[in-house]
Design a protein around this ligand. Structure first.
Ligand code: SF4
Ligand code: SF4
Length: 274
């Protein structure tokens, strides 16, 4: 997370224009890769663990710290900065730059633009999520003194953000969930499931394929096959599972024979394969 004092209080859209250029050789090169808090999205973790050729478990162990958000009790993974005075990102090499550049997290791609989501009701009363943007102007960043013209839309294209936005959209709905007044905190089991399904995709795969998950939940034919070969499809299933598990929406259907009592959903964690 950047310094909030550097956020320009103006809501922007994809047509908003700005001048900026970041390049190897600019006096501030890599200054933005130290002393920052980068909250990771599930898709960030997928791209980075794939890039490094390690499991999600190993990536989380080596490169992240966990912080629990007090408003939602969700545990979130943050990139673990080096334990030096500058708190450098483990992936920055001075003066060369980012060693995982083509798989860097989405917040590094957006910078110096920030992105937020508003939850609103449309004319028919349905809840919709509206995305907006803002500029981050930190004193150390000299890119704003350059003359290359952008719109936020052309910046997003240049930084290859579209695939990240599309993978993160459902995750952002989960980010907006808050503790209920009558149930202030998620219990330990739900917090563990939240973290596993959000970030630890290799463990979530075992959770789905080594349990009776696919016997309990009704998945459309192709999806049940796709999750076996596509990590992106598996990640999309994890978001549905989280929405279901947190009671946000009926994103998954329980098969009739597993509905116990009055619409009580089955729990795959206690329904091991025979
Ligand atoms: S991941 Fe790359 S771009 Fe992001 S802070 Fe680290 S070195 Fe910089
Ligand atoms: S501080 Fe700004 S201009 Fe300098 S390297 Fe980072 S993003 Fe680029």
């Amino acid at each position: 997370m950047f310094n909030m004092k550097a956020v320009e209080p103006r809501q922007l859209d994809t047509g908003s224009t700005f001048k900026f250029r970041c390049y190897k050789g600019i006096s501030c090169f890599t200054r933005c890769c130290s002393n920052i808090d980068i909250m990771l999205t599930p898709y960030d973790v997928l791209r980075m663990k794939r890039r490094l050729g390690i499991s999600s478990e190993e990536f989380l162990e080596k490169y992240t710290i966990v912080r629990t958000d007090k408003n939602s009790s969700h545990p979130y993974a943050y990139l673990k900065m080096n334990n030096d005075t500058e708190r450098k990102c483990p992936f920055v090499v001075v003066p060369d730059g980012c060693t995982i550049y083509t798989d860097r997290p989405v917040s590094c791609r957006y910078y110096p633009v920030g992105q937020g989501t508003l939850k609103k009701r449309d004319n028919e009363g349905k809840i919709v999520h509206e995305e907006f943007y803002f500029f981050v102007k930190e004193a150390h960043c000299k890119g704003y003194e350059e003359q290359t013209q952008w719109t936020i839309g052309s910046w997003k294209d240049d930084q290859e953000i579209t695939v990240y936005d599309s993978m993160n959209r459902e995750w952002k709905e989960l980010l907006m969930r808050r503790n209920l007044p009558n149930q202030p905190m998620l219990d330990d089991k739900k917090r563990m499931l939240f973290f596993m399904a959000s970030y630890d995709l290799d463990k979530f795969r075992r959770f789905v394929l080594d349990s009776r998950f696919l016997d309990i939940f009704e998945l459309p034919g192709e999806e049940a096959e796709e999750i076996k070969t596509s990590e992106e499809a598996l990640m999309k299933l994890s978001f549905k599972y989280l929405k279901f598990m947190l009671g946000m929406e009926q994103a998954l259907n329980v098969k009739r024979e597993f509905i116990k009592g009055k619409d009580k959903p089955a729990d795959p964690a206690t329904e091991k394969k025979d």
